[in-house]
Design a binder for this molecule. Structure first.
Ligand code: ATP
Ligand code: MG
Length: 368
């Protein structure tokens, strides 16, 4: 029998309160060796607080943290940060200004000097700064400094790496390269990575698993594909893309909308539901003397709208419509170039297999 793998990092029921308000609540998560887990969520949802508790610079009010099965924090007490075998890379990284690049990278290393030198050279090479060892931080660009900080964090071979928006200071082209390289290095070392970001694209690009946070809790966890394609609620869906929302009231397991009836099983009669659809799943068709295309099984009934604006976005065009039937705005994206003039009437249809149905949120959950 294969041995059950012990998670490299295991967080159970972690809670942190400030002035009576829980900013992280009952949060559990485990990261096996070589996996990148991304904490993704809006500003203030508790991402950094979670990371700081794992790092040991913040004390949880409740919950436990284990590294390779070993308890490092429980009952509000834990190992000091330097004994946790955890590497940190935060957005506001600080290099030591009076140390050379090589000495900055060597800072956390112990052991023989020549072995240290080899490790430093190897890491500087990997982050593309092989020739920079003798320079000082003020002689480097922001992006280069960030790469030194990365090499410094990687040098002691941490078994866990915590990263809090580490790439946000870099321009796009540089960022993609450094991101991919960083993750490659960490995977190779078998480190468990907990990465914080509020950018869905970054999370999708880097993470094996995304933990979507809201108000101190994880609301959904899974592989990027699953999170994107099986959102648990409208907000989780809207975190990754624009959405269009139709609302309707259920009657006999059906909900009537301008786009036709939707089958809404399991929702009691009289309840409101939201039918949510991404802009890329709306189909646009031409006006035929005031009439649209015929209804189909796959796309329901066409509804007329008037183009408000159309924008070319690079890979796709975004078209906004004011709908005739209720004056609402709907957004559709079309691959490549499609730029109809404002004022044009076109017909929209919805790809039914791409719709999500959610019970309409009551007032209480909207206030939260
Ligand atoms: N030391 C503190 N004292 C009181 N409240 C705090 C403290 N640190 C954080 N908070 C509050 O806890 C909540 C979570 O903060 P946290 O920094 O974890 O958010 P975040 O998800 O990292 O947000 P961002 O994406 O903006 O960095 C916020 O409402 C913040 O104001
Ligand atoms: Mg933060």
């Amino acid at each position: 029998m294969p041995e059950p793998t012990v998670p490299r990092l295991e967080i159970s029921k972690l809670t942190r309160r400030y002035g009576g308000r829980a900013v992280v609540e009952d949060l559990s998560l485990s990261v096996p060796p070589g996996q990148v887990t991304c904490l993704l969520g809006p500003s203030g949802c508790g991402k950094s607080t979670t990371l700081r508790m794992v790092a040991g610079v913040e004390t949880p009010d409740a919950g436990e943290i284990r590294v390779d099965g070993e308890l490092i924090c429980a009952n509000g007490q834990g190992l000091p940060p330097e004994q946790r075998r955890i590497g940190l890379m935060f957005q506001d990284f600080a290099l030591f200004p009076h140390l050379s690049v090589a000495d900055n990278v060597a800072f956390g290393l112990s052991g023989a000097k020549d072995a240290q030198g080899r490790r430093v050279a190897e890491l500087l090479e990997r982050v593309g700064l092989g020739q920079y060892g003798a320079k000082y931080p003020h002689e480097l660009s922001g992006g280069e400094q960030q790469r030194v900080a990365l090499a410094r964090a990687l040098a002691p071979n941490p078994s866990i790496m915590l990263m809090d928006e580490p790439f946000s200071g870099l321009d796009n082209r540089l960022r993609d390269g450094i991101r991919d390289e960083t993750i490659d290095i960490l995977r190779e070392q078998g480190a468990a990575v907990l990465l914080v970001t509020h950018e869905p694209e970054e999370a999708m690009r880097m993470a094996d698993e995304i933990a979507l946070m809201r108000a101190g809790r994880i609301v959904q966890k899974g592989a990027p594909y699953n999170i994107y394609n099986a959102p648990v609620d409208r907000d989780c869906m809207a975190f990754f893309s624009d959405v269009n929302v139709l609302t309707g009231r259920v009657h006999g397991a059906l909900t009537e909308t301008a786009f036709g009836q939707f089958f809404t099983p399991g929702v009691p009669d009289g309840d409101e539901v939201e039918i949510v659809i991404r802009p890329q799943h709306i189909k646009i068709d031409f006006d035929r003397n005031g009439r649209g295309p015929n209804p189909t099984m796959a796309e329901g009934t066409a509804v007329r709208g008037v183009v408000q604006r159309a924008r070319f976005m690079g890979n796709e065009s975004l078209v906004e419509f004011r709908m005739d039937h209720d004056g609402s705005l709907m957004r559709a994206t079309v691959p490549n170039v499609f730029l109809p003039n404002p004022g044009n009437a076109l017909w929209l249809m919805i790809r039914r297999d791409k719709c999500f149905l959610f019970p309409k949120r009551d007032l209480q959950s909207r206030i939260e």
